[in-house]
Design a protein. Sequence first.
Lengths: 270, 226
Amino acid sequence: MTTLSNHVPDPRLITAFAERRDGPLHRVNPWTKVGIVGALVLAVTVFDHVVLLAGLYGVVLAAYGLAGLPYRRLAGWYTLPLLFIVSVAGPLAFLEPGTPIGGALSTPVGELSVTWSGLVLLCELSFRSLTVVTFTLAASMTTKYTAVAYMLGRLLPRPIDQVALLTYRFTFVMVETLEDLVKAVLTRGANLSEFWSNRRLYARILGMTMLSAIEQSERLVKSMEARGYDGDITLYGDVSRPPLRELLVVVGSYAVVVGYAAVSVTGVGL
Amino acid sequence: MAHIHLGEGSFPLWALVLWTLIGAGLISAIVYRIRNGGIKTRQIALAGIGAAASFAVFQLNIPVWGGIHMNLTGLVGILAGPLLGGLIALVVNIFSAALGHGAVGLLGANTLVNATEAIIAYYAFKALMGMDWDVFPASASAATLGLSAGAVLMGAIIVISGVNGSALPRGDLTIAVAGLVGLNLGVAVIEGILTGFVVQFLASVRPDLVGLTDQETREESTGVTA
């Protein structure tokens, strides 16, 4: 039976964790989390040792657990990022030059083998990706709706901020609309397990979702204009500046990454 | 919707900077055009909720090859137009990255790929409808064309950038990436056909959405029937 996928994080669940739970990461300033995401992106880009990348991933994974977030859900959400890595790094593991692991397999197009370098590359790419995936999920699951909306309004230029704010507001509505449509066709005895024979049914579900979105947008225009919308959706929340100790952690993170990159470039070994 | 099928940190730093700058350039041009043309409330609302729908549709598992997910970027382009389509691509990528799908550092590259899909799908649909094609073949072909262009661009971006930590020559990397692009082209055909059916359905209930009748006319007639 096909329903909404459990491999993709449900924004409603993510927001519920942010609103209803309370852990150490919930109490961290949202701007600090944004800063750490940036430092992690930079770190996984410049770090070039598999052990270092594995260590960084371990730290982030531990932080995720300490924040009281569920590992079982995380394992399911890893499916797509890992699929993406394997789809490119999988072939690279075979093509990467180096010593074959356990000999080579003869094929009509030549010898086929996974090399040690290929395996290390696959591990490196996995650690790089999962480090940031884990932390962004942790940040999303520990930052309240109003704080996210406020930061979207501050970070993005107009009119992108307006579009993003409406998207954030209506994502929950659209997911429920889609879920209701799927439930409705399943209740009526439809079988969505095969695509081609149900292509028109899928098209109707998706078409109705888009139609519902468009008609909601048309209703929204009237209410926005009635309230005197002038290109600015007023935000009532506020996110204060991070405290000094968090600021020092962020600055320290960037300093470590930039320092590592500088040492790597100048050729000094670790 | 094609994506850079590599996670965070897979590109070297120079490539990350390059694609971010190009992506930012494209979005800046779109924002400039929108601001110059005078943005209407209707456009903001359509883009916002259209992006929410595109993001929500991604939650649906389509049972092809073990399960695929789509954002219907081609459909978004056809319905919202090239400028709003580009903005929707950016916003969907931001929200996807926040949920661990698509990388934060690759926002520029992914937006470039998806905006290309939306823009090409829009202009191809307009051109084919101008040649008196029926709605289904025009929208299916336009979406397939847009998504295929996105898949090829995605492959090109990976080959140009190279993979962080890989000693593979560009020629061998091209072979490795070609398989991925081929798979994406297959998905593009499926998504294109699905888009065709969706546009055909929308044209049957709201022909004004795909430019078959004038929106003003529809609003007037709705007023009478309501």
